[in-house]
Design a protein around this ligand. Structure first.
Ligand SMILES: [Zn+2]
Length: 149
């Protein structure tokens, strides 16, 4: 079993590799915001499967970040400055975050289909979804978990 440091380091490496691969393969100039988003989605994807463990790095991070982000985004949305897809994504991720905490360790969040489904709120941003999937794949490989469901 790998700890958050190993998964996080793999997520950073894979995030940088994903940004480089997307930039090269699409022959488009990735704007800094999109590149940062891909990197962040990959890093979060590399840590997220362990959200079903109380003392994991991602659990402790999201325990603070999700309620704060939800509150800020609802406020921003009510003032008319946020996109609907952004609000949907944060609310869906928040709901999923709270739901998966009740699962047993290395079950749904350590399956290929589980991580594909948990990334659905990011489908509004295809590059971020790709980053998420790459990060999740690195986690499953390090944990040696290759279950489809
Ligand atoms: Zn794990």
């Amino acid at each position: 079993m790998s700890d958050g440091g190993t998964h996080g380091a793999a997520g950073i490496f894979m995030g940088l590799a994903s940004v480089a691969a997307i930039a090269v393969s699409t022959e488009l100039t990735l704007d800094p915001l999109t590149a940062s988003g891909v990197f962040l989605a990959c890093w979060l994807g590399s840590l997220f499967p362990d959200v079903d463990t109380r003392l994991s790095t991602i659990r402790r991070l999201l325990d603070i970040a999700i309620p704060a982000a939800t509150f800020v985004l609802i406020f921003v949305f009510l003032t008319g400055m946020a996109e609907v897809r952004l609000l949907f994504a944060v609310l869906a991720l928040s709901l999923m975050y709270f739901s998966v905490q009740f699962l047993k360790h290395r079950k749904f969040t350590h399956t290929i289909i589980g991580l594909v489904l948990l990334g659905v709120p990011l489908l509004g941003w295809p590059f971020l979804y790709v980053g998420w999937l790459v990060g999740c794949a690195s986690h499953l490989i390090l944990d040696r978990e290759f279950k489809l469901l």
